[in-house]
Structures are given as C-alpha cells and as structure tokens.
Design a protein around this ligand. Structure first.
Ligand SMILES: NC(=O)CC(=O)C(=O)O
Length: 278
C-alpha cells in the first residue's frame, strides 16, 4: 500500500571538521522535522570531504560504538529523537581492510533498516575538468537496496548509481516501491549537463517519484558540488528543488499522481524483456 507523506531533503556542504558536519546535519534534521518531514534525506558523504584521499580517515564501522562510529550513532539518535525515517546520505564505511561508500537507512525507533553500499563506483576522467577514481580506494557494494516504510517501499542508490537505468528498474519493478532516493554529490562539470536529466529520466522510465539530495556548493572545496537537490514526480515534472546554497527541500509525496500516471501510460507492462538481452 502507498500512503502519502512529507519528504525533506537537507542540502549542506561537508568540510574537514567531522564534528561540525554532524552538528550541521543535526540542525537541518531538526528543521526538517519542524517542517513536518517524515522521511529525511542527507547528502552523499555528509561527514567527510568528498575526496578519495580522506575516505580512510573519516571511515567508520557500522554499527560500531558511539565512540568509534559517531556519525552512525548520530543518525540512530536523530531518528529516535525525532521519530522519523532517515536516509543518512552516505559515509565512508570501514569493514576489515575494505572501504565502502555507504548509506545508512534508519527507522524512527533508531534501528538500522538497511545499509546501501554504492554499487557503481564513480570513476571519471574528463580532460581538463575532472578526474576522480573512487575505485582507487573503495570497494563496490553488491546489493540493490529497498527499505520498507509505513508509506511505501523506497529504493536507494548513491549518486553515480543514478546513471544506471537498469539499477533503477531493479529497484522499481515491484508495484509497492513508490520512491527512489539518491543521496548525491554531482560536480560542476557533470551536474549542469546531467543531474536534472537523469532524475527526470529515472522518474519517467520507471513511473516513480525520484528524489536526490546533494551537498551544497562550496567554491573553496577541492570538489565543488552542483547542489540542486530535487524531487521529481512520475510524469517527470520537477516538484521542488533548490540551487547551490544550504537549506531544505520540503515536498509532499502524493501517490494519487503515481496511480494516475501508471493508470494512463502502460510502459511498466509493455516492456519486452525477451528482446533487450539479444
Ligand atoms: N559523485 C558521483 O558519484 C557521481 C557524479 O558526480 C556523476 O556521475 O557525475
């Protein structure tokens, strides 16, 4: 069953001071709750600068302890204190000698519902613009992630996962998945070209709500984020978005629109899988 709810995206910029990053996230979650948010989303890499050279230093075990894994326990406490679901952006996760880019999804009773390890690592070389190789230090996850909430099932990906239509379909194919959420952090090379296009495409392809929560833009950072956190409906219409600054995107998710869209256009049942693998 799909039940309407209020979604809030918290766009902010994470710097070198982990304590300050968590404090900023705490303030925004507080504001998101005051705005009536029931599912709250943070950006990719919300506790650390987004750079492969820092991931090991900022990485935490999941769940770890409040002392060894302060970002994890901050999320659990925030969800419990405010009685909300939190899709906790992502943090660098350490398990044994491996690092992952991992989103922790938490229920209102402060329990980890699931963790999503970014399944497609962001490796890119646009000459003169951006070179970034997550695979230098990170290991990819191997599981598609869907969490259950009282409102709908939510499919989760992280940033570069958004580029893969096949992954979005893997998450979306069950009728009770009403929303795809991508904590993200596109940059000033790819963001203006692809961010909105990809969000709207995933929404139309899968006849589903799509939300992506970005870091805010900080021009003095080594990696300059594109911002533009956004919520798109199953028609591919942008319902709400922001630009570069820190702040909230507050959006009511009305599943009447999803039912209307799926009831009017039948692409979900017109798929010809027998052709696509040829
Ligand atoms: N940061 C990412 O994972 C992805 C990205 O910036 C892009 O695909 O562009």
């Amino acid at each position: 069953m799909l039940r309407n709810f209020r979604l809030v995206l918290c766009q902010f910029s994470a710097g070198h001071d982990k304590v300050a990053n968590l404090s900023k996230a705490r303030d925004l979650i507080q504001q998101a709750t005051a705005a009536g948010g029931q599912v709250i989303v943070l950006p990719e890499c919300f506790n650390s600068p987004y750079s492969t050279k820092y991931f090991a230093d900022y990485a935490e075990e999941i769940p770890g302890t409040p002392e060894t894994s302060p970002s994890v326990h901050f999320l659990l406490e925030a969800a419990r204190n405010h009685q909300v679901h939190i899709i906790g952006g992502s943090i660098p996760e350490r398990e044994g000698n491996k690092l992952y880019n991992t989103s922790i999804c938490v229920s209102p009773d402060g329990q980890i519902l699931k963790k999503h390890r970014k399944v497609h690592l962001f490796d890119i070389n646009v000459p003169g613009k951006i070179v970034f190789f997550e695979s230098d230090v990170l290991t990819a996850g191997n599981e598609p992630t869907i969490i259950e909430t009282p409102y709908c099932k939510i499919g989760v990906g992280i940033c570069y996962d958004l580029r893969f239509g096949e992954y979005a379909w893997t998450l979306s194919k069950s009728e009770d998945v009403g929303l795809l959420v991508y904590p993200g952090n596109f940059n000033m090379t790819t963001g203006p070209k692809h961010w909105e296009l990809l969000l709207r495409s995933r929404a139309v392809d899968n006849q589903i709500f799509v939300a992506a929560c970005s870091q805010a833009r900080n021009t003095s950072s080594e990696y300059v984020s594109y911002g533009h956190s956004m919520v798109v409906n199953p028609w591919g219409e942008i319902l709400s978005s922001t630009e570069f600054d820190e702040g909230l995107v507050v959006q009511d998710i009305d599943f009447g629109v999803l039912n209307e869209n799926r009831g009017s256009i039948w692409t979900r049942r017109h798929k010809r899988f027998e052709l696509y693998e040829r």
